[in-house]
Design a protein around this ligand. Structure first.
Ligand code: SF4
Ligand code: SF4
Length: 292
């Protein structure tokens, strides 16, 4: 593999977002967030970046990528595999041909506490238009939401989601939303119990869930996907160092769900390999659209 070859690209499609969530790492330093290019300029630079790094799988985040649905479709057509993360604040197309993650932080009161009044009902309304099991929920535990882990089975069942991709808030030691080690270990115990009682709720394998424990943080960081497999860009295609969390990166407590799954894959965990492949499904029409 060439040293600059990175098969997975994590892209900000836009710097805009209708929400201002308490746990957002994206808006911590607003003065440094570049404004969006026009669509043609964005796509031109996207092609150059794809070719420079050999990117085959694209993960679309933001800001809120569904603010620009047409640009999102054109951008995704340039890659064989895509995944999209949305807050559910805007209507969600049912035909994205990509792995789809809708962020739900817990029951209504917890979700609204983190994402703003009314955010839960709006997201649930938009989820209703999605086909059963065509998407997954994504939940990032913070010191506010971690006490509501037991709500996950009901949330998955009531939304008809495929399951939930869990993560822990990546925050520096002085971040009040970061979960202390003791509580994080207890949370992992609870998650393992849910994994046993409700086998179809959590998307991570048992081995991957174990890796969320603080004592494995060093191992996870050493196997971090951003060291040799993935690369993150802002809307101007500037590389974010060391990862998409930029200055908020906290490798001593990384709870990124994809980094954890990948570390588990590297430990010969085939279920984690399957999860990552499922997150980036192959586009049905890639050979047709790739030449556009
Ligand atoms: S939806 Fe995402 S990008 Fe928007 S404010 Fe919330 S965490 Fe930040
Ligand atoms: S904080 Fe960022 S660089 Fe550090 S282990 Fe997590 S994803 Fe990797």
């Amino acid at each position: 593999m060439k040293s600059h070859n990175r098969p997975i690209g994590i892209f900000d499609l836009t710097s805009e977002c209708p929400l201002r969530c308490k746990h957002c790492y994206f808006y911590t330093n607003v003065s440094q967030i570049p404004s969006d290019f026009n669509d043609e300029e964005f796509l031109k630079r996207l092609r150059q970046t794809r070719d420079k790094y050999g990117i085959r799988s694209a993960f679309w985040i933001g800001g809120e990528p569904l603010l620009k649905p047409d640009l999102l479709q054109r951008a995704m057509a340039l890659f064989p595999r895509n995944a999209v993360a949305t807050s559910g604040a805007l209507p969600i197309p049912n035909d994205l041909d990509a792995g789809l993650l809708v962020s739900i932080e817990g029951p209504k009161e917890v979700h609204d506490m983190l994402r703003g009044e009314g955010a839960f009902d709006t997201a649930m309304q938009h989820i209703k238009s999605l086909s059963e099991k065509s998407f997954a929920l994504a939940t990032t535990f913070t010191s506010i939401s971690v006490d509501y882990i037991d709500a996950l089975p009901d949330l998955v069942n009531s939304t008809r989601a495929l399951g939930v991709l869990i993560g822990f808030h990546v925050g520096r030691p002085d971040d009040p939303l970061r979960i202390d080690n003791h509580r994080r270990n207890r949370a992992v115990d609870q998650l393992l119990q849910i994994h046993q009682d409700y086998p179809n709720v959590l998307l991570h394998s048992r081995a991957a869930i174990e890796l969320f424990r603080p004592r494995y943080s060093r191992e996870v960081s050493k196997k971090c996907i951003y060291r040799d497999v993935a690369i993150a860009f802002d809307v101007h295609f500037k590389v974010k160092e060391p990862c998409t969390f930029a200055e908020n990166a906290s490798c001593d407590a990384c709870g990124c769900p994809i980094v954890i799954a990948h570390a588990s894959w590297r430990n010969q965990d085939d279920k984690s390999k399957g999860l990552l492949r499922a997150l980036f499904p192959k586009r049905k029409d890639y050979l047709i659209t790739a030449s556009v």
